[in-house]
Design a protein around this ligand. Structure first.
Ligand code: FAD
Length: 327
């Protein structure tokens, strides 16, 4: 560790276990910060390295998080950083490009400011939502275009809710949204053609079906007002869609972490405590769990921090030379 980095990553609790940190956490979203808070409180030397692009950064409000319903997601993270910093957690704002497990078991994390050697690595880098390549989607993401009924359904109750299909599974999203509004329009958008049975079920629930490719969203004064199909616009108050979710797991894959194929693609394997197949490397949140909303990410971060600390305690004991053990 060079001088500049030492100033930013001091050793608050003395440790003879080696390395510059007990845990480096890559990713400072809800999952990473929740783990950082618990590990800081456990008097571990923790460094959070974060490129500060959380998945829900375009949303002004966050919903369904008990005690914080309606809070800005960025304010939640700001508070989390301040709380963790209060327990000695250190922060670096940058993107980690590489990490390697060394022969002595320590993990070297390369940062722009230099290299950090850590006993454990926790990857909490989240996922990326790949949106349909249709004009207006990117611009409206997190406002007029959303993904999660439990996060945004209530705000659009009884509104005209459009579902722009991204696959045949989108028909289930339309049926789900019917829970929040009786005015649901399903845009098949070619890729989400409903079967005869599905069409009958959509009709039974009063869900309108629009066929043909969606060419653009209609946006007026910065707000979404409609969906354009075949030269016509259908009025909507909001669009729900199903982006392709791609885990930001390049670090884990480069380290050789085992993966499993599912219908949602290829995901890195973790056990119930968050361990990957690479010794000393753990992962939590959306990077390994597509269903981890903010509450789940917070909970798993805390759970994993406990398991990680127990693992470090076992390592602390194992490192004691037999002569130093007291009967
Ligand atoms: C539009 C939208 C609205 C949402 N609204 C809600 C809601 O209302 N309620 C709810 O519960 N959930 C909501 N979600 C889901 C929520 O965003 C996720 O559940 C949550 O962000 C997952 O937390 P995480 O910590 O796993 O990942 P993230 O929050 O994505 O955090 C990952 C962090 O890691 C950083 N990172 C990535 N790669 C690197 C790297 N190589 N080096 C350093 N840092 C890196 C990123 O910059 C980011 O800061 C919403 C999602 C979207 C897309």
């Amino acid at each position: 560790m060079n001088e500049e980095l030492r100033d930013r990553v001091d050793e608050r609790t003395p440790s003879d276990a080696g390395g510059d940190a007990d845990v480096v956490i890559v990713g400072g979203g809800p999952a990473g910060l929740s783990a950082a808070l618990s590990l800081g409180r456990a008097r571990r030397r923790v460094v959070v390295i974060d490129s500060a692009e959380p998945r829900n950064r375009t949303a002004a409000h966050m919903h369904g998080v008990l005690g914080h319903d309606g809070l800005s997601p960025l304010v939640l993270l700001e508070r989390g950083r301040a709380e963790a910093a209060g327990y000695g957690v250190r922060f670096l704002r940058e993107a980690v490009r590489s990490a390697s497990v060394e022969a002595d078991g320590l993990i070297e994390v390369q940062t722009a400011a230099g290299m950090i050697r850590t006993r454990r690595l926790l990857v909490a880098t989240g996922l990326e939502d790949a949106l349909p390549d249709i004009p207006g989607f990117q611009e409206q993401w997190g406002r007029g275009v959303v993904v999660c009924p439990y996060c945004d359904g209530w705000e659009h109750r009884d509104d005209v809710v459009g579902i722009v299909a991204t696959s045949p599974q989108s028909v289930h999203q339309a049926q789900l949204l019917r829970q929040w509004s009786h005015r649901v329009v399903y845009f098949e958008n070619v890729v989400g053609e409903a079967s005869e049975v599905e069409l009958e079920r959509l009709e039974r629930r009063g869900i309108r079906v629009v066929t043909g490719p969606v060419s653009a969203l209609r946006i007026e004064d910065g707000d979404l007002t409609g969906v354009e199909v075949g030269g016509n616009a259908v009025d909507v108050g909001v669009v729900f869609t199903g982006p392709t979710m791609r885990p930001r797991d390049e670090l884990l894959r480069a380290l050789g972490a085992a993966t499993t194929e599912s219908e949602l693609g290829s995901w890195v394997d973790v056990d119930a405590d968050g361990r990957t197949s690479v010794p000393g490397v753990w992962a939590v949140g959306n990077v390994v769990n597509v269903r981890a909303n903010v509450s789940v990410s917070l909970g798993l971060g805390s759970l994993m921090a406990g398991a990680l600390n127990a693992d470090l305690v076992a390592d602390d004991i194992a490192r004691l030379a037999p002569a130093t053990l007291v009967e």
